[in-house]
Design a protein around this ligand. Structure first.
Ligand code: KG4
Ligand code: ZN
Length: 336
């Protein structure tokens, strides 16, 4: 079969990214311009600043992605872009860029769901991975347990009732003075802390076997921190980080393994920024081995936001004939 080369663009939050991906699995280039340093002083992503920075960076990202792949716009077969969910102003920058290229070069345009992109990151380094499999999607905005029935066919069996896992990491990190972005900072601090120092609650939701809830856990950590402060006790941030992280990753792993067993899935994949968490990866590696489940996890750089994953997801849409018109718009709350 003829090779399919896709230029992919991602700008849904605070990373401006472009990539060139061949046949859905071979990454020819993967350029990420991170805005993290810019937002750190505000303690979180400022949407207006994110949009403006995307505008500044997007053309450069596309240019470098093409040149690193040794290609020009004439060589690509289609343009894929994240059109939701995400920050509307941020999404619009990538969508406009992709539409401009599609129009100017008469290339097919493919709209990609951001979460579908995260899931498809697993195809890049696991060349033989094929549906069906279970996937735990844990990012800054989403916590979903998904059965991937086929390419483009997803059954959501569980999701968060309140905060996303990454959001809980970010909020707790801010409270213990680790700053933004919280996930990687808690991951690092936890390595120096005692995960048994505190027992924080692991919310279970009656009647909803696979749903998550992280706001109770987050509140209990914040309460502990405030109490310690009022009583003038010194806070051991590493212990709090380790104990909080343990409570999160244990509930994520428990749900994921149970889902594999109940749904008869012999493969578990993970996706999203929180999937780069070392404690989660270690625990799932152990649990999957103990239960005879194949464990797929993307390299950390493919877990957090990137455009290569959008190129992977876009390829399978393209092969199914799913292309979009130039009226493609950003959809901030696009459902999976
Ligand atoms: O997928 P992502 O890059 O963006 C969204 O689609 O949301 O995920 C970002 C989230 C942030 O909340 C960040 O704190 C979290 O992923 N994160 C981590 C780690 N690296 C990033 N959480 C826990 N441990 C990490 N190592
Ligand atoms: Zn993401």
């Amino acid at each position: 079969a003829k090779d399919v080369t896709i230029l992919a663009i991602e700008s849904s939050c605070d990373e401006t990214a472009a990539a060139v991906v061949r046949n859905g699995r071979e990454v020819l280039s993967n350029i990420i311009s991170s805005q993290i340093a810019l937002h750190t002083v505000y303690g979180g992503v400022v949407p207006e600043i994110a949009s403006r920075k995307h505008v500044e960076k997007i053309n450069g990202c596309v240019r470098v992605a093409l040149s690193e792949a040794g290609l020009t716009l004439d060589d690509i077969d289609a343009v894929a872009v994240t059109y939701g969910p995400g920050l509307v102003g941020a999404l619009l920058v990538g969508v406009s860029e992709a539409k401009a290229i599609a129009y100017a070069k008469k290339k097919p345009l493919i709209g990609v769901h951001h979460i579908e992109g995260h899931i498809c990151a697993n195809y890049i380094e696991n060349k033989d991975l094929m549906p069906p499999f279970a996937c735990l999607v844990v990012s800054g905005g989403h916590s979903h347990l998904v059965i991937v029935r086929d390419y483009g066919k997803y059954e959501i069996i569980g999701q968060t009732r309140d905060d996303a896992a990454g959001e809980a990491f970010d909020k707790v990190a801010r409270a213990i003075g680790l700053g933004y972005p919280g996930g990687p900072k808690i991951d690092k601090a936890a390595k120096e802390g005692n995960p048994e120092a505190f027992t924080f609650p692991q919310a279970k939701i009656a009647g909803a076997d696979y749903d998550f809830s992280f706001s109770g856990l987050k509140s209990s950590v914040l309460n502990y921190i405030n109490q310690a402060k009022m009583q003038g006790q010194e806070l051991n941030a590493n212990d709090v980080a380790a104990s909080f992280q343990k409570a999160v990753v244990e509930v994520l792993a428990e749900h994921a393994i149970r889902a594999c067993k109940e749904y008869g899935m012999d493969c578990l994949a993970i996706a999203g920024g929180v999937a780069s968490n070392t404690a989660l990866r270690d625990l799932l590696e152990k649990e999957c081995a103990a239960n005879n489940i194949r464990f797929c996890r993307p390299s950390p750089v493919l877990c957090t936001d990137n455009a290569a994953m959008i190129g992977a997801a876009g390829y399978y849409e393209f092969m199914q004939g799913k292309t979009f018109g130039l009226d493609l718009n950003a959809v901030p709350n696009l459902p999976l």
